[in-house]
Every structure is written in structure tokens, then in C-alpha cells.
Design a binder for this molecule. Sequence first.
Ligand SMILES: [Zn+2]
Length: 239
Amino acid sequence: MNDISKPELETLVKLQEAETQIVRLKAVLEKVEKEKIKLSAKLKQFGNALEDNEKNLLKARTACRDIEQEIQVVDQRIIKSNEKLRMVKTNKEYQLFLREVDDSKQRKDALETELLEHMDEREKMEQIVQASEKEYHLLKDQIEAEQTEMDQQSTDDREQLEEYLDQQNDIGKHLDPALMKRFLRISKMNQGLAVVGVSNEVCLGCFMNIPPQLFIDVQRGDSLISCPQCSRILYYVKE
Ligand SMILES: [Zn+2]
């Protein structure tokens, strides 16, 4: 048990008040940062989905264009075969060019069927991209608004944190460095709560009863007393 003056104990209580705010603000700021990262990741996920859909649409468009071009080529072939048909001299030639025309027409039919399927796909993808773009922009606006609000709040919180850190620094100047060190060590061990009141013989840090003799010492307030259970520095709170 170290001897301590009443003003020193009061200083420790003030130090704790600042520490409590510092710990709270740091936790809030950390949570906001995590939330911001989560929102960015969510937006990126939607952005990636949109990109995938756009790629699929591009593929569907290319497939349609390729088939349309092939149909044009087949059409040209049919025209040429028909021209040749008009100028045939032998039955053999006639049969040959006729088969050419038939083959080309069959190929064209197959291509047209294929084109219809790809056009359906293209239409479907256009609708998906449209919906996906709308969804993405809505989400982007929403997330950006949320992040702006968070940034504003964080700026305020950071200013407050600076104030409390300055305050703690000032308080520390009036405190024995060894006591300050002890305070910081206990605070670190106890999630930022190093100095707690005792009310009704109960430590308000761990809510355990403290022995009656120790309670009397705490009430007297002329020595530094730690809670036997949680090691926090104790001070007396009038009931
Ligand atoms: Zn305790």
C-alpha cells in the first residue's frame, strides 16, 4: 500500500474520466473505419457483378454480329450459286449447283435459328445489365452518403479524442510519473478502466465485495488501494 495524497487520488479520478472517453472514442473510430471498409467491399462486389454482366452482354452482342455476318456470306454464296445455275450447260453441273444452293439454304436456316437464340440471350443480358447498373448506382449513392456522414462524425470524434488526450497529458504533468505508469498499466489490463469507485463495499469495476477493513481504508483515502479481485485503483463514492 503506497501513501497517497487526496489531491493525487482526485487527479487519478480525473485521469480516468479522460481515459474512459479516450477508450470510448478510439473504439468508435475503429468501428467506423471497419464499417467503411465493409461498405467499400460491398460496393466493389456489386461493381464486379456489374462488370461480369457487361462482359456477358458484350459476348452476346459479338455472337449475334458474327452470325449476322456469316448469314451475309451465305446469302452471297446463294446468289453466286443461282447465277451459276442459270448458266449451266450439263445436267451434272445443274445437279451440282442445285445442291450448292440447297446446302447454303440449309446452312442459312441453321444460322438463323442460332441467331434467334443468341438474340434472346442478348435481350436477357441487356435487361440484366440495365437492372444491375441501376442497382449499382443506387447503392453507390447510398454508400457514399453514409461514408460522408461517417467521415463527418469521425472528424468530430477525432477532435474530441485530441482534446481528451491533451487533457490527459496536462493531468499527467501533475502526477508522479510512477503513478502515471501504474495507471496506464492497469488501464491496459482492464479495457481502459483503471480507477473505479467503491460504493457499499462493492468495487464498481468488477462488482465484487471488498473486505470491510479495506473499505475503511478506501474511505479514508490516504493510501493507494487496489481491488483484490481486479487490481483497479479504488476511491470512495458516497452512498
Ligand atoms: Zn474490482
